[in-house]
Design a protein around this ligand. Structure first.
Ligand code: NAP
Length: 344
């Protein structure tokens, strides 16, 4: 069995730490692992399979011996470093938004469009967390009954913004409970005990960049440019696990039973749906798991071809690190990445 030299860029971050856990848990075929972060992390150690690994600075020269580079250090670093790493011979799976809409860069969710991976020229983009969980749940239905329109509202956890946002929710929660004043740093307003309908920057059309990512990325991944999509993305005081209320209009009517039968067979989906005992997906329960959970499946009373469902997943795992590792696994399975000769 071939083994690969894997590098993680942004290893000290929330997604990076999840990468390390997932590579361990899934026993990815690796001959070595290198962990990279910023200059600030030089000298830090992280554990991999019980071994201490030194965190190195992510500079281009450090990637000469890497076969697969998993990037999650933000779009600026990706824009600068990924092309250099790809040019040096590694395949980059990039978690940032830097290349997602580049026509020459595949944007992949392995349950939906694994065959797009083959078109890569050194960089493969991992979609936005909210988009990933939505398309995993929608694509199996779309194949049977083409979707014409999607209206989605998200309830996104603070870990989607990174470590500083997790600290902000923790600290503000304490401050509020102690009757102290909060001062927001990461978000424009207090996030503890609050809800913010603002994720990423606002565009001229009134939508946020996050909302437009859901539109554009869904079109690209599902190869379905003609689906009309409108999203409202909302940050909620949850640590991990994004939730989505998804309203779908199909070409023909689809019953809740039919949708449930299709989704029961769909890869990566788990149905949790028994309203008689208040059973439905919850972010608290999804945190730390790999599936996309679907519940509250029901006919939309406002439209003959409409269906509504509630979709929840761990944003750090399926929404980020797990999806990227699954892309790497697909490349390995299909022999679309080859370990290079070791030169030293
Ligand atoms: N969190 C999510 O749910 C999620 C989902 C999908 C995609 N993403 C994307 O993944 C990326 C990271 O997210 P995160 O949540 O892990 O953020 P995070 O917890 O804030 O971690 C950021 C990571 O980037 C590293 N970094 C920052 N500046 C760097 C530089 N100049 N050179 C090399 N490394 C640098 C940091 O290293 P230091 O520790 O040395 O500062 C740290 O390892 C972002 O692009 C984000 O959009 C996140």
């Amino acid at each position: 069995m071939k083994e690969y030299r894997v590098g993680i860029v942004g290893a000290t971050g929330l997604v990076g730490q999840e990468f390390v856990k997932i590579l361990e848990q899934r026993d990815f075929p690796m001959s070595s692992i290198e962990l990279f972060a910023s200059e600030r992390s030089i000298g830090k150690k992280m554990k991999f399979k019980g071994q201490d690994i030194n965190v190195r600075e992510a500079v281009p020269e450090a990637f000469e011996e890497i076969d697969i580079a998993l990037f999650s250090a933000g779009a600026d670093i990706s824009r600068h470093l990924s092309p250099l790493v790809a040019k040096a011979g590694a395949v980059v799976v990039d978690n940032s938004s830097a290349f997602r809409m580049e026509p020459s860069v595949p944007l992949v969710v392995p349950e939906v469009n694994p065959e797009d991976i083959e078109l890569h020229r050194g960089i493969i983009a991992n979609p936005n967390c909210s988009t990933i969980q939505m398309v995993v749940a929608l694509y199996p239905l779309h194949k049977v009954n083409p979707i014409k329109r999607i209206i989605v509202d998200t309830y996104q956890a603070v870990s989607g913004t990174g470590i500083n946002a997790v600290d902000e929710l923790t600290n503000q929660s304490r401050q509020v409970l102690n009757g102290q004043t909060t001062i927001p740093h990461v978000y424009p307003h207090q996030i503890a005990f609050n809800v913010l309908p603002e994720i990423d920057v606002f565009w001229d059309n009134g939508y946020t960049k996050e909302e437009l990512k859901m539109v554009n990325e869904t079109h690209k991944i599902m190869h379905a440019e003609d689906i009309a999509i409108s999203a409202t993305c909302v940050r909620v005081p949850v640590f991990t696990g994004h939730s989505e209320s998804v309203h779908i209009e199909f070409t023909r009517p689809m019953s809740a039973d039919e949708a449930e039968r299709i989704l029961a067979e769909a890869p990566g989906v788990k149905i949790i749906d028994d309203t008689a005992i208040s059973l439905y997906p919850q972010p608290w329960a999804a945190a730390g798991t790999d599936e996309v959970f679907v519940g509250r499946i029901r006919r939309d009373v406002s439209h003959i071809n409409g269906l509504v469902m509630w979709v929840v997943a761990d944003n750090l795992r399926k929404g980020a690190a797990l999806n990227a590792v699954q892309i790497a696994e697909e490349m390995v399975k299909r022999d679309w990445v080859r370990p290079r000769e070791v030169t030293k």
